[in-house]
Design a protein around this ligand. Structure first.
Ligand code: FES
Length: 311
């Protein structure tokens, strides 16, 4: 189970008209250190949400910073944070966790960000500067004014950064060229709206970059509402029923077969189990197509009819 603790909102500021930055701190505890690409989970009235830490992991100073774009939809977490959370308020937080680290085996790192997808790359770039590793950032936005952290990035990483404020089609064409001109050993990191990420991941596949060199992060729960039909699962000598209102992870943990877990959103891979038999409805955003032939993530993916798995 995740441990939550209280953090005080030290400061809020708008970094664009729709992106609000929150600086969180504690007078009671030393905040855990974090790695580049890490996020915290924030408990809100509408559920828990993940936000990337945007501060430098080497200069944490007992503060965490996050940046939240207001999607302007009633009852959304982002609108709640924009409209109801101000300096002096407290937030319940867990983590940091990191499912999107900089890969140490990478010889060069290429970041593709669109909109608020810039946030995990801020800590990654600070880290890579510290360890003197090469990287480049390709950051697409509607305009300078709408581009979160535009000035900071332009000042701190002028050599490494290219901004893209032109028409969408032109943007995609140039970015695709950038993508196809990379050398062996480069790792690619993609973060932004789902359509942008899907498009770039499919370009990487078309070009033939290995799956293990292409990384992305999506902070939205996987689509687990589809096909919530009951199914049965055999593990060793036990057969367990998984009801329509529970996940495979819950069902087997309730029967005393313990599988570790973390995000429960299909994004971290902690709850992976081996599939021996049966048809799987994969709902995660973590496994590769190749891995899906023999594995499933038990927090979000479901069997159809009857399946056999191995822990
Ligand atoms: S717990 Fe993270 S993918 Fe299942």
């Amino acid at each position: 189970m995740k441990q939550f603790y209280q953090l005080r909102v030290l400061k809020t500021e708008y970094v664009t008209p729709t992106v609000k930055k929150f600086t969180l701190t504690s007078e009671e505890i030393n905040l855990p250190s974090f790695g580049a690409g890490a996020h915290i989970t924030v408990k809100l009235p509408m559920g828990t949400r993940q936000y990337s830490l945007t501060n430098d992991p080497y200069q944490q100073e007992n503060e965490y910073t996050i940046a939240v774009k207001n999607i302007g939809s009633e009852n959304s977490a982002s609108t709640f944070l924009h409209e109801h959370i101000e300096e002096g308020d407290t937030l319940e937080v867990s983590g940091p966790d990191n499912y999107f680290p900089v890969r140490s085996e990478g010889k060069h790192h290429v970041f593709f960000a669109a909109g608020i997808g810039i946030t995990p790359f801020l800590s990654m770039m600070a880290y890579l500067i510290q360890i003197d590793q090469s990287f480049e950032l390709h950051y697409a936005g509607a305009s300078k004014e709408d581009c979160a952290f535009y000035k900071e990035i332009k000042n701190q990483y002028p050599e490494q950064t290219t901004f893209y404020f032109m028409e969408r089609e032109q943007k995609v064409q140039i970015l695709r060229e950038v993508l196809s001109n990379q050398t062996v050993g480069t790792h690619f990191y993609i973060c932004g709206p789902a359509g942008f990420m899907d498009q770039f991941i499919s370009y990487c596949n078309e070009i033939g970059y290995p799956d293990e060199c292409v990384h992305s992060e999506r902070f939205r729960p996987a689509n687990t509402t589809i096909n919530r039909k009951p199914f049965s699962v055999t593990i060793g000598k036990k057969t367990i029923q998984v009801g329509s209102n529970q996940s495979l992870l819950q069902a087997i943990n309730e029967k005393g077969i313990l599988v570790p877990y973390a995000c429960q959103m299909g994004i971290c891979g902690t709850c992976e189990v081996a599939v021996c038999n049966g048809e799987i409805l994969h709902n995660d955003t973590f496994l590769t197509d190749e891995e899906r032939k023999v594995k499933m993530l038990s927090c979000v993916s479901r069997g159809i009819g009857h399946i056999t798995i191995k822990i």
